[in-house]
Design a protein around this ligand. Structure first.
Ligand code: APR
Ligand code: PHB
Length: 388
């Protein structure tokens, strides 16, 4: 088989890239290890930057998003059980859009189907070859048979645990990482969200977040030890702990109910550089991970896709200059989001070894945020999304 771009991984990065390239007449084949059902069962954050929404519109996959999403013109922060609002719209004239990543992925699959996009699920032993030549190829097995796809370029959209990043020699690839000493215990419940906008709560017992998917589906998180057995957290224990950490008025009106999903996720900041090696380009979680505080994961994947899509489009028109800048342009934006999500995580969480000084600095910084328009503006610019 031959195609122009082999895309490894059928998460949001791979799907969006193949959709955008296809609309420009560039042929792709996507290889995904899991089934579609498995990919669509993953629950991830649901806050979209303007740039992300614009890209989904450009890709022709935003009809349902435009009809069903919620625009949030601000968010609440809370310290010592008292909330205060950061008004994005008043501060910088922009807002965010709340629409679950699972729904984005579902819409992308529907669009790929409608255009007869080539997606091969259930592939194994994906191996990248001859990436430093002009004729790279990818081999994989499916149902016990080996296949080969020749191509011009390979897009590594296969997430943190994928094979693409590992195809770059260790002498070239630099990996920079911070692992945080706690996790997020998340619950999805069919209850009315406690607040119309998100609440990010700092509390001496640990961080908490009130989020949502729609009017009758809520998503809540509390900071918890990453190795806590999930059985330790009955629904009642979760709701009790959440109530202790959020603003009092929110705790009083919190609607509780059975969890329909409950899990603990680790928090990590990670960047792999460069994001290009020969004909291989890393995109999204394959190249970087952010902690979920601030919901930058999907948004960063989409800005990578933007840089790669523009580069490939121009390269196929005979000008490879933009493509050659892919890694530098993507990394410049990645590092700013890494900084923001590290800052927001560090400000809002309780750290095991924290001294009284560290705690007082956190509280003072939250006071600054409550009272300083300048500090709020910096938060708003980063939260709503830096330009591409
Ligand atoms: N071969 C083929 N597919 C693979 C392989 C492999 N060896 N390894 C991983 N994959 C697939 C995974 O099964 C997954 O569906 O690659 C896909 C990667 O998807 P994501 O992990 O979602 O990464 P990405 O598309 O970059 O999305 C970035 O979305 O999933 C979130 O947390 C993520 O918010 C971030 C954003
Ligand atoms: C979510 O809704 O899952 C969510 C929202 C905001 C975050 C992280 C996760 O910062």
């Amino acid at each position: 088989m031959r195609t122009q771009v082999v895309i490894i991984g059928g998460g949001p990065s791979g799907l969006l890239l193949s959709q955008l390239l296809h609309r420009d007449g560039i042929d792709t084949v996507m290889l995904e290890r899991q089934s579609r059902e498995y990919v669509l069962s993953r629950i991830r954050a649901g806050v979209l930057e303007n740039g992300t929404v614009e890209m989904l519109r450009q890709a022709g996959v935003a009809d349902r998003l435009d009809a069903e999403s919620f625009v949030h013109s601000g968010t609440y922060l809370s310290a010592r059980n008292q909330g205060f609002r950061i008004d994005f719209d008043a501060l910088i004239g922009r807002s965010v859009t709340v629409y679950g990543q699972t729904e984005v992925t579902r819409d992308l699959y529907a669009a790929r189907d409608a255009m007869d996009g080539k997606i091969i699920h259930g592939v194994e032993a994906v191996t990248l070859h001859d990436l430093k030549t002009e004729a790279p190829f990818v081999t994989y097995t499916k149902d016990g048979t080996e296949h080969r796809i020749d191509c011009d370029y390979v897009a590594g959209c296969d997430g943190f645990h994928g094979v693409s990043r590992k195809a770059i020699p260790a002498s070239i690839l630099k990996e920079v990482e911070r692992v945080y000493p706690f996790g997020w215990l998340g619950v999805l419940s069919e209850t009315k969200p406690v607040s119309e906008e998100l609440i990010y709560a700092h509390h001496e017992r640990g961080f908490a977040l009130c989020s949502m998917r729609n009017d009758s589906l809520s998503r809540y998180y509390i900071q918890a030890p990453v190795d806590d057995p999930i059985e330790k957290w009955s629904d009642d224990a979760f709701w009790d702990e959440l109530k202790r950490r959020i603003p009092e008025d929110a705790a009083d009106r919190l609607e509780t109910g059975p969890s329909i999903e409950k899990s603990i996720a680790p928090l990590r900041s990670f960047v792999a550089e460069p994001m290009r090696w020969g004909r291989l380009f890393l995109v999204g979680d394959a190249a970087h991970i952010v902690p979920p505080t601030g919901a930058k994961g999907l948004n960063l994947a989409v800005s990578d896709v933007y840089y790669l899509w523009s580069g490939l489009r121009e390269a196929y028109q005979g000008d490879a200059a933009t493509l050659d800048q892919y890694s530098d342009r993507a990394l410049a934006r990645v590092w700013k989001a890494i900084r923001f999500s590290w800052w927001f995580t560090t400000l809002m969480h309780r750290f095991p070894e924290q001294s009284e000084f560290d705690r007082r600095i956190q509280e003072a910084e939250l006071d600054v945020l409550e009272t300083s328009k300048a500090a709020q503006t910096v938060l708003a610019e980063n939260y709503v999304g830096l330009p591409y």
